[in-house]
Design a protein around this ligand. Structure first.
Ligand code: NAP
Length: 643
């Protein structure tokens, strides 16, 4: 697909340009100017970004250097405008490599260059879709149908790619709208916590995000727009749920039982299934004794019940993960009393722009300065790439294995602890409650701009750390016998993340039941394919969650590309099915286990939703992004039985 990264011509006056430049990320501007002027000397002067870390988009350049670049940029953009917005020939591949390393203040190794180029699409080529060797014959097209389960971020992506490839498909979506998690999660304060100019499809940038980490309605609107723009909506059956899918060896097809909202059931037939049901889709409410006796409103954060007016009420929030972290500061503003029940605290990383608005100047630059938006994406991606991963590997000789896992992790602990201390200086009791005992990164890190601890220090908020013994009709009773009366309970207690594809019943070859096979021990090859289940492809499957870096959209783009590669192989070779070889899946999983065992998420000192009931990490990937990207560029057909 050719992607038109449209840049609007500059027609504005100098004052507008100068104002917009005030908002510029200088490293991004410098490399964009190489495109605008054709002159690589922007990279070879005195001004050199020192480093790129998350949340720092100025490369640690001193103010006066930034000001100097702005002045020079004004000249260059004025000349570009007055010359009719014509671009010189693009920079050479060598210059582009130089631009990458220059921009982030460190050498970008060669193995990352193609991945980053693909992500940026500087040449306007989107290579992650399917590229046929020869056009798909109408007769083959006529007998092919792919069924996608879910129209969230990854299901929509699959639909967009299938449509682009001309492969007939249907998407089954249980909700009345697209968006998945961004449709369902409506709790106050819900927003993305991956930088939004990166958390969007590589081929569908959005220059209009109103915040760097936008709120839920904007995310939902983005996916709605994508469904329209790529014309996939007519192929989506809303308010329909997949109940079961059974592989029929005689026809080499999947028979998929679906149920509509009215309860009517029917069976659909598909050559292949793409499961895009997400890992965080089925809310989990713990079995606390007496829970059913509670008389007031009680609901899960992901199933918000807006009909209850919580203003002026006594509300309990159970859980202190990413959802509670966003919800509590908002809720605290309007309720009479907020009780936050914490089983274990979370580590958080300071991010001053977490709630910040994107200025008009920044939006102007994204829209008007050629390649600025593309390089800005790179600047967000690079520090969120693989740099952190080595610090998350357990050093078996580390002398303080309870509090940290290696020397770097100990340093992270020191920095994050200082960040907590600085916010809770006058309240040692609270401080003791919010410093985690386990190593940083053991659970999902939270982005923070101070709003969490500010909320916990409000007069109407109490952080309760005693375990919950039971729930009564009007109160929560703790292990120490203390009783707190509440009018409403919000369970921010997470999801059934270790029960993949549940509660659907998936029956593969020879009657194998996926739910029985997996339990909470899911095993897939690359997180995508499963021996015994021909033509079943998972997106965001086992061990594909990202906890060290990246955006799950990047990972989905890798997986969808791989799946389309599999379909291409089947259709071009006139084969009906492909099934992962058992030994390939086993050896991949042996390597996976050995790698995960040494990662911080396996540390026994905490609960997290990455582990199953036996403490084995099943949701999260330990791989470098660049490796997973390479493995998923195209299927190795030697890994499969083709029939
Ligand atoms: P979560 O991280 O699994 O947190 C669940 C919380 O409930 C934890 O604090 C847990 O305590 C607590 N809990 C569970 N059972 C309990 C019980 N019986 N008694 C007391 N406390 C209990 O769930 P989440 O906050 O919904 O987040 C899940 C994931 O969704 C995140 O990690 C993230 O990947 C995604 N998410 C993303 C965003 C975003 O990008 N904006 C926002 C929200 C969620 P323990 O910690 O002790 O287990």
């Amino acid at each position: 697909m050719k992607v038109l990264h449209r840049t609007e011509p500059i027609r504005d006056d100098d004052a507008t340009l100068a104002r917009a430049l005030e908002s510029a990320s200088i490293p991004t501007l410098l490399v964009a100017l190489v495109h605008v002027t054709g002159d690589p000397s922007w990279l070879r002067g005195e001004v050199r970004p020192r480093a790129a870390i998350m949340g720092e988009v100025q490369g640690f350049l001193p103010e006066e250097e930034q000001a100097r670049v702005r002045r020079q940029a004004l000249e260059a953009l004025r000349a570009y405008r007055d010359g009719g917005c014509k671009l010189p020939p693009p920079p050479s591949p060598e210059t582009i490599r130089e631009m990458m390393s220059f921009m982030v203040g460190e050498h970008v190794p060669e193995e990352y260059v193609p991945m980053m180029l693909e992500e940026m699409e500087l040449d306007g080529e989107d290579v992650r879709g399917l590229h046929w060797e020869k056009a798909l014959p109408a007769e083959v097209r006529g007998r092919t149908h792919v069924l996608v389960i879910g129209a969230g971020m990854s299901g929509l992506l699959a639909a967009i790619r299938l449509a682009e490839a001309g492969i007939p498909y249907t998407v089954i979506e249980k909700n009345p709208a697209v968006g998945g998690t961004w449709y369902e999660n409506r709790y106050p304060g819900c927003r993305v916590d991956i930088a939004n100019h990166f958390y969007c499809y590589s081929f569908e940038p959005n220059h209009e995000w109103s915040e760097y980490f936008s709120q839920r309605p904007e995310l939902f609107a983005y996916f709605e727009r994508c469904a329209e723009r790529y014309a996939v909506r007519p192929q989506i059956r809303f308010e329909t749920e997949v109940v079961s899918a059974r592989f029929d060896a005689a026809s080499s097809c999947w028979k998929v039982r679906v149920r509509t909202k009215s309860g009517a059931e029917e069976t659909l037939e598909a050559n292949a299934i793409v499961s895009a049901v997400g890992q965080l889709n089925r809310p989990r409410i713990p079995e606390i004794p007496g829970r059913a006796t509670f008389a007031g409103p009680a609901f899960h954060s992901a199933a918000w019940e807006p009909q209850h007016d919580l203003r002026g009420k006594r509300v309990a929030v159970i859980g202190t993960g990413a959802s509670a972290f966003q919800l509590v500061p908002e809720l605290a503003k309007s309720v009479d009393r907020l009780l936050v029940f914490q089983r274990s605290p979370a580590w958080m990383a300071p991010n001053p722009v977490y709630h910040a608005a994107v200025s008009d100047g920044m939006k102007w630059l994204l829209r008007h300065v050629p390649f600025y938006a593309r390089w800005y994406r790179f600047l967000l991606f690079w520090p969120g790439s693989d740099g952190l991963l080595p610090s998350l590997v357990i050093d078996p000789n580390w002398p303080h294995p309870e509090r940290s896992i290696n020397a770097l992790n100990e340093e992270q602990r020191r920095v994050f602890t200082a960040y907590l201390e600085q916010q809770v200086q006058r309240n040692p009791e609270l401080l003791a409650k919010v410093i985690p005992s386990y190593p940083p990164f053991g659970k999902r890190m939270l982005q923070d701009n101070g709003s969490w601890l500010a909320a916990l220090q409000r007069a109407n908020v109490e952080l309760v750390t005693d375990g919950i013994r039971e729930i009564r009709s009007d109160a929560i009773v703790c292990e120490d016998g203390s009783r707190r009366e509440v009018d409403a309970i919000v369970y921010a207690t997470g999801f059934h993340a270790d029960r993949f594809l549940w509660p659907m019943q998936i029956v593969g070859r020879d009657g194998r039941d996926l739910g029985e096979l997996w339990g909470d021990e899911p095993r897939a090859y690359l997180g995508i394919t499963v021996p015994g289940f021909p033509n079943l492809f998972c997106l965001y499957g086992p061990a594909t969650n990202l906890a060290h870096a990246g955006s799950i959209i990047f990972h989905s783009e890798c997986q969808v590309r791989y799946v389309l590669g599999c379909l291409k192989a089947l259709l071009e070779r006139g084969r009906a099915t492909m099934e992962c070889r058992q030994e390939v899946c086993d050896s991949f999983n042996a390597k996976l286990d050995a790698t995960l065992e040494r990662m911080v998420w396996s540390h026994p000192g905490m609960h997290n939703w990455y582990k199953n009931s036996k403490g084995r990490v099943v949701t999260t990937s330990p791989w470098r992004l660049v490796d997973y990207w390479r493995w998923t560029r195209a299927p190795d057909l030697g890994d499969y039985h083709l029939a």
